[in-house]
Design a protein around this ligand. Structure first.
Ligand SMILES: Nc1ncnc2c1ncn2[C@@H]1O[C@H](COP(=O)(O)OP(=O)(O)OP(=O)(O)O)[C@@H](O)[C@H]1O
Ligand SMILES: [Mg+2]
Length: 248
């Protein structure tokens, strides 16, 4: 395996309070890395710095053999760094399939709107339908995302991100709010992605699913990496259990 992404000594403070205090770790090509830790540990903050939504006060972000620290989020997306938000925000004015088409049309040459309005419409629609089928949303293609239950909206969020064909996908709590049956199904879809060429960094509080699907864990606590390694080894550590007291 080779390293696909690496963060080195990331620091960021909000109003004098350090949300990330020297965070370093890497993700290998083809792995599913879970980034876990108690509420307020800094997980979302770290993902946002990797995605380019937040600029670190100090430290560097490397992706696919490049230093991307200075690049804005959209430039990182073009290089193959995708992310999904914890609060899903589909375009409610468009159908489910159009939401995927808007994402898939977002490439170097075409305006996203051309995917819906332009000549490439049929091809884009076929491609989007294939993504929906893969995520179990094929029958919902023409519905508004407004009519979809939360589990299906969460799957749409992942399908939209995958339609951009990222090399690395950052997922922030994709299982939050799902029933245990839905969480199992979405976790299975995520588990399949590394085999399809998409490396995953998964932030998630659902530890039973994390332990079922993750290759490796990084535990954040109070803005620092507390532990990293094989899931069973990490979860056996007393300091990790201590950090989770009240959460587990
Ligand atoms: N934009 C912001 N302004 C001020 N403080 C912030 C901001 N974003 C995050 N924080 C603070 O930084 C710390 C880390 O927050 P973050 O959202 O990264 O934690 P998290 O690990 O994702 O938590 P959760 O599991 O609850 O989602 C918290 O103390 C939070 O209040
Ligand atoms: Mg968070």
């Amino acid at each position: 395996m080779s390293t696909l992404g690496r963060i080195d000594d990331l620091h960021i403070s909000f109003g004098g309070v350090a949300a990330a205090n020297g965070v370093s770790f890497s993700v290998e090509r083809g792995e599913l890395l879970a980034l876990i830790g108690p509420n307020g540990a800094g997980k979302t903050t770290v993902l946002r710095m990797v995605a380019g939504i937040l600029r670190p006060d100090r430290g560097r972000v490397f992706f696919d053999d490049h230093d991307v620290t200075a690049l804005p989020a959209h430039a990182r997306v073009r290089r193959g760094l995708g992310f999904t938000h914890q609060i899903v925000r589909p375009f409610y004015g468009f159908s489910t399939i159009e939401n995927v088409m808007l994402a898939a049309g977002h490439d170097r040459t075409a305006s996203p709107w051309r995917a819906i309005a332009g000549r490439s419409r049929t091809k884009a629609r076929q491609k989007a339908q294939a993504f929906l089928d893969r995520f179990g949303l094929g029958a919902q293609a023409e519905q508004s995302p407004r009519t979809l239950p939360l589990g299906q909206r969460k799957r749409l969020e992942v399908a939209r991100a995958i339609a951009l064909e990222p090399k690395l996908l950052l997922l922030d709590e994709p299982l939050a709010g799902l029933s245990s049956v839905e969480a199992l199904a979405v976790a299975d879809l995520i588990r399949a992605l590394p085999g399809q060429g998409v490396t995953i960094v998964l932030v998630e509080h659902n530890l039973s699913e994390v332990l079922r699907v993750a290759d490796r864990l990084v535990v954040l606590d109070a803005g620092k990496v507390l532990a990293e390694g094989a899931p069973a080894d990490v979860m056996a550590r007393a300091d990790v259990r201590q950090a989770y007291t009240g959460v587990l």
